[in-house]
Design a binder for this molecule. Structure first.
Ligand code: SME
Length: 160
């Protein structure tokens, strides 16, 4: 059961709370999808101004929809396609201030204006990506990148 923690108005404080609380809702002895399902919910709780939080899982050269919070997403994204496929191909975080300016952006929720995609890297290989959408333009910056890469590393260490 999720015990709601009071959220701060300060973005970095919320990330500290997220990193402190997330370990209570995941368990190495459960399958990866169980961990990522709770992670999507807890991340969604601690971030403001987001309309989609979820994971795409790598299988062969494509990404497949994994656990998420938000409207139904597209099922499969090839490497190099959209923001998620770009993060997979580059093996690095991609921040898009305005999705309408990103050529090849794949729309899941028409309300989305900006997006961040953070790879989950294990031994130099991308095993999944964390995708977060916002209805606000330029919602994500280098601070989000820094904290979400810590979240990504925590998840990789705890995937069963
Ligand atoms: N916008 C993503 C697709 C996934 S949805 O946002 C959930 C992309 O361009 O890869």
């Amino acid at each position: 059961m999720f015990v709601p923690v009071e959220r701060s108005k300060d973005k970095e404080e919320n990330y500290r709370l997220l990193l402190e609380n997330l370990p209570h809702y995941i368990d190495k002895d459960t399958p990866w999808y169980t961990t990522l399902a709770n992670a999507a919910s807890v991340i969604d709780y601690f971030l403001s101004d987001v309309n989609w939080v979820g994971f795409y899982i790598v299988e062969k050269d494509a990404l497949y929809l994994g656990p998420f919070q938000g409207l139904a997403g597209c099922l499969k994204i090839l490497s190099g396609q959209g923001v998620c496929g770009t993060a997979l191909a580059r093996k690095e975080t991609v921040i898009v201030d305005d999705v309408h300016d990103f050529s090849g952006h794949i729309t899941c929720d028409a309300a989305t204006e900006s997006e961040i995609v953070v790879p989950l890297l294990k031994g130099g290989r991308v095993i999944a990506v964390l995708d977060i959408d916002s209805p606000k333009k330029a919602r994500f910056d280098t601070k989000d990148r820094k904290w979400l890469e810590k979240v990504s590393a925590l998840l990789v260490d705890n995937l069963g």
